[in-house]
Each structure stands twice: as structure tokens, then as C-alpha cells.
Design a protein around this ligand. Structure first.
Ligand code: NAI
Ligand code: MG
Length: 500
């Protein structure tokens, strides 16, 4: 219910001559917190039930928008990880021997339960991670369910997906995921692994464990055989234990390039399989013939979606010189309409920064941009007093050598550069150690194809941005990692082949 007191009102006397307000004030429209029950503390999910951590250690997970504690989470140690891996190993042969169409049924069931319980998950995701409810409700949850639906469909068709290659499961997969799309990254990892007949030990990020822990309830509800999915919580130390455990056959990691490199070093020579989905510094390129208003929407969606905590975020905007002034003024106008605040409010566009650590990183990179000589713009907006917040930011007058043009900021911060010709755009866009994604805005179909063939990026969006589909493979080049998730390609890392 809308609180009448908070609704914007024009004073009665002036109502007749009041000018039309430049922007609307919105009454608060918060989603109910009690849609989801959060336990005081959680154990580790091993063998189909929650068990106390052998380590006996716990830490507190919080709501980053309020800096309020939500629950006590287990910090799994070496013995806990070993127990989870042993359990996954024991469960694997039976899971692999199930009729593939039976495995599919479990995945379909998980997908349907996620849909049924979507509101619960959306609220939890927004509370624990700080992302706007509009996004967790309309993006994270539908995509997570879609991923399970999609891979359920492949479970009994592996022979057709890889004809004459006799696919078989790899065994036990260790999966380590980040905090920007907690449930969605879980779906990206678990769905293909299970479809291919593997069992898993998954670790959510330390700041956002709650949706993975609620997912354990979905696993039980779907009556998945115990031990097929095991969830261990904890920080990087727990992740490192999974990586180094000798009985894990495959590691799938999404996170920072720094940790990705460390994992690759740790696994060298071990024979374990590895896929890495790491950082990015994507170029979003706007040509002068592009539909400019749509492009501005795409720029905003590219960098301010999920507070910019997106590996494929369009964090470097390249504008063709002839339309530079127009784009920048349209962009600033559009930025002034973004509503920053309570993640649970249905009108919020930009929520809270995920953690104090991430806020400090964004703040220091933005400071470096100012010091190196870029021009900063932030629309006027009131940030809540408690919690971790950063206003939508755009930098103009940026040189390619500045840190804000080179390093992944992983926040709502855009760096704008210019170009004159398509060749110059390609050269500048590719001038980065990363290669995850890119965007191209132009009316010309031939130019889209030309750019897509020259940009060194795993995904190139044309006249759109941040668009995902489970059928479409996603992954990077260079320091953005290797291996693909999604699509038929996403099955391959979870399969071994006895070539016919
Ligand atoms: P991170 O790479 O440390 O964390 C990602 C996951 O890896 C978490 O589950 C973490 O517990 C785990 N982890 C950490 N150290 C590990 C180790 N030695 N062995 C195994 N697992 C380990 O990322 P962090 O520190 O949260 O963020 C730092 C920066 O990384 C961000 O500012 C952002 O630039 C980037 N990042 C990129 C992501 C992407 O999707 N590409 C996701 C998260 C962060
Ligand atoms: Mg880290």
C-alpha cells in the first residue's frame, strides 16, 4: 500500500500556476521482505542435507543496502570440502547411469520450482546482494529458470549434440562463482554439469551465499538424489581447497582475472579440466547513423545495469566524433532520471554496491580518473546514509592510457572515448587485455558484420546490450578467460569423449 504522506503533492494555493515538474517523484513501492524466510544460521549442504561445518567457523552475511546482518554462514575448511567431494564422488556413478530422460526430469522440476518460487528468490537476491528487485525479478530469476529448462532438454540428446564422439560425464565438478549474479551463475554452472551426468560441489561468493542456500531447498523439493548437488560456503580459502582437492575432475570458475590466473597456475600439470570466465572492459561503439535514443538506452543498460557489477558491462563508450555532443547531452539527461536507492523498491534503477571492498575499489579508481585529468559528471541524486552506494558516473575527456579506460571498475562508472573511422574504433576497442564482449550501434547491417568479425570479443551485441539467452554461448578471449557457458558449447567442458 502506498503511504499517502509520502506521495508528492503540489501545494493547494499554487496548483493552478505550478509548472509541470521536470521529473516525477515516486512514492515508495517496496516489495515485502517477509516473502522469504532467512534462517539465523546455515550449515553446509552435503549429501542432501544441511550439516554442521567441521571447521566450526562462521561469518556474518549482510544486507549491503542497510549494513544489517542477515545470517551466520559456515566457513567450510579443508575437511568440509573433502567431505563434500567424497559425497559427490559416491553419488556420481548412479547419477550418470540414470536414464538420461530421468535426469532431464529432475532438471525440468528444478526449473519449474524456481519459477514457482521466483518472488521469494528475487527478494532474497536483492537483500543479500543489493541489486534492484526489478532486475532480480525480471532478469536473474527468469534467466536462471530458463537455463535449467534449456539444459534439461539436452540431457537425453547428448549423442546428437556430439555425433560419433560418444560423450560421457567428466565426474565431479568443482564450481566457484561470484557475487554479481549469484543464483544465475549457479544455474549456469549446475544445469549443464548435471545434464551431462556429473555431480557438483559449488561454492557461492562469500558476500552472497543466501540464494545458493535457498536453492538447496529447491534441490530437496525436486527430490534430486542426495549428493548430486553439494553447496559449501566460505571465502577464497574454501575456493582454494576445492581447486586443490585431488579428486575433483573439473574446475569451473567465474570471478576476477587475478584469482583465475592463480587457479590456472595451481592446476598446471594436474590434468584437471578448467574453464575460466573472468573480467572485462567492453567497448560499446556508437556510429553516427545509429538510432541515437535507442543507443542511449543501450549505453545506460550497458553500464548502470546491476550497478555495473557485470563482467560484460559496456564500460568503455566509443562515440563517433560527429555525434559526440548530441550523445553526451542525451546521456546526461537520461542519467538524471535514474533512481538510486532501496533495492527492494520496485522503482529503483540502481541499487547498492555489493560490499565495502567493492565500494572502496570503485572509489579509488574514480579518484584516479579525476587525478589523471578526466572530466567527471554525476547527476544530482541523494544517496541513502547507511549502506554502500555510488552515484551513476560518466567520465569524458578520457585518454586510452588512463586507468579508468584500462582496468575493470565493476561499478556504475562509464569512460567515454571518441573515434572517426571504423578502423580506428576497432583498434581502440581491441586495445585492452580483456576480450569478453562488445556492442555496436549502427543502421548498417554490413558494418555490424564487419565490426563483429574484427572485434576480439566472445560476444558482440548489435543495436542492443547485455542480452542473454541460454541457447547462446558466452565466454571470453585473452584475459577474460576461456571456455564457453550456455548453448551446446556449454556442455562440452562437462563431457569427456571416446571418439568413435
Ligand atoms: P574473486 O575472484 O576474489 O571472487 C570470486 C569467487 O572466487 C568467490 O567465490 C571467491 O570466494 C572465490 N575465490 C577467491 N579467491 C580464491 C582462490 N584463491 N581460489 C579459489 N577461489 C577463490 O573476486 P572479488 O575479490 O570478489 O572481486 C574483485 C574484482 O574481481 C572485482 O572488483 C571485479 O573487478 C572482478 N570480478 C569479476 C567478476 C566477473 O564476473 N568477471 C565477478 C566478481 C569479481
Ligand atoms: Mg578476491
Amino acid at each position: 500500500m502506498t503511504d499517502v504522506k509520502d506521495a508528492p503533492r503540489v501545494p493547494a494555493k499554487r496548483a493552478d500556476k505550478a509548472p509541470i515538474p521536470a521529473s516525477w517523484d515516486y512514492a515508495p513501492a517496496p516489495e515485502a521482505k517477509d516473502l522469504v524466510k532467512i534462517e539465523d544460521h546455515y550449515g553446509l549442504f552435503i549429501g542432501g542435507k544441511f550439516v554442521e561445518p567441521i571447521s566450526k567457523q562462521r561469518y556474518t552475511t549482510i544486507d549491503p543496502s542497510r549494513e544489517e546482518p542477515l545470517s551466520e554462514i559456515a566457513q567450510a575448511g579443508k575437511a568440509d570440502v573433502a567431505k563434500a567431494v567424497r559425497t559427490a564422488r559416491e553419488a556420481q556413478p548412479r547419477w550418470a547411469k540414470l536414464k538420461p530422460s530421468e535426469r532431464a526430469k529432475y532438471l525440468f522440476r528444478i526449473a519449474r520450482i524456481l519459477q514457482e518460487r521466483a518472488r521469494e528468490f528475487a527478494v532474497l537476491e536483492s537483500r543479500n546482494g543489493g541489486k534492484p528487485i526489478r532486475e532480480s525479478r525480471d532478469v536473474d530469476l527468469p534467466l536462471a529458470a530458463a537455463h535449467f529448462f534449456y539444459y534439461a532438454g539436452w540431457a537425453d540428446k547428448l549423442e546428437y549434440a556430439f555425433p560419433n564422439r560418444k560423450p560421457r560425464p567428466v565426474g565431479v565438478a568443482g564450481q566457484i562463482i561470484p557475487w554479481n549474479f549469484p543464483l544465475l551463475m549457479l544455474a549456469w554452472k549446475i544445469a549443464p554439469a548435471l545434464a551431462a551426468g556429473n555431480t557438483v560441489v559449488l561454492k557461492p561468493a562469500e558476500t552472497t551465499p543466501l540464494s545458493a542456500l535457498l536453492f538447496c531447498d529447491v534441490v530437496r523439493q525436486a527430490e534430486l538424489p542426495p549428493g548430486v548437488v553439494n553447496i559449501v560456503t566460505g571465502d577464497g580459502r574454501t575456493g582454494a581447497e576445492i581447486v586443490s582437492h585431488p579428486d575433483v575432475d573439473k574446475i569451473a570458475f567465474t570471478g576476477s582475472t587475478e584469482v583465475g590466473k592463480a587457479i590456472q597456475r595451481a592446476l598446471a600439470g594436474s590434468g584437471k579440466r578448467l574453464t575460466l570466465e573472468l573480467g572485462g572492459k567492453a567497448a560499446n561503439i556508437v556510429f553516427d547513423d545509429a538510432p541515437l535514443d535507442q543507443a542511449v538506452e543501450g549505453i545506460v543498460n550497458g553500464i548502470y545495469f546491476n550497478q555495473g557489477h557485470v563482467c560484460c558491462a559496456g564500460s568503455r563508450l566509443f562515440v563517433q566524433e560527429s555525434i559526440y555532443d548530441t550523445i553526451i547531452s542525451k546521456l546526461k539527461r537520461r542519467m538524471s532520471t535514474l533512481r538510486v536507492g532501496d533495492p527492494l523498491d520496485k522503482n529503483t534503477d540502481v541499487g547498492a554496491i555489493n560490499s565495502k571492498m567493492q565500494l572502496d575499489k570503485i572509489t579509488s579508481l574514480v579518484q584516479s580518473g579525476i587525478e589523471e585529468g578526466a572530466e567527471i559528471y554525476q547527476p544530482p541524486c541523494k544517496l541513502p546514509e547507511r549502506g554502500y552506494w555510488f552515484a551513476p558516473t560518466v567520465f569524458t575527456n578520457v585518454a586510452q592510457s588512463y586507468r579508468i579506460a584500462q582496468e575493470e571498475i565493476f561499478g556504475p562508472v562509464l569512460s567515454v572515448l571518441t573515434f572517426r573511422t571504423p578502423d580506428e574504433a576497432v583498434e581502440k576497442a581491441n586495445n585492452t587485455p580483456y576480450g569478453l564482449s562488445a556492442g555496436v550501434w549502427t543502421e548498417k547491417g554490413s558494418r555490424i558484420l564487419l565490426m563483429a568479425s574484427k572485434l576480439k570479443a566472445g560476444v558482440v551485441w548489435a543495436n542492443t546490450y547485455n542480452r542473454f539467452d541460454p541457447a547462446s554461448p558466452f565466454g571470453g578471449y585473452k584475459e577474460s578467460g576461456f571456455g564457453r557457458e550456455g548453448g551446446r558449447h556449454g556442455l562440452e567442458p562437462y563431457l569427456a569423449f571416446d571418439e568413435a
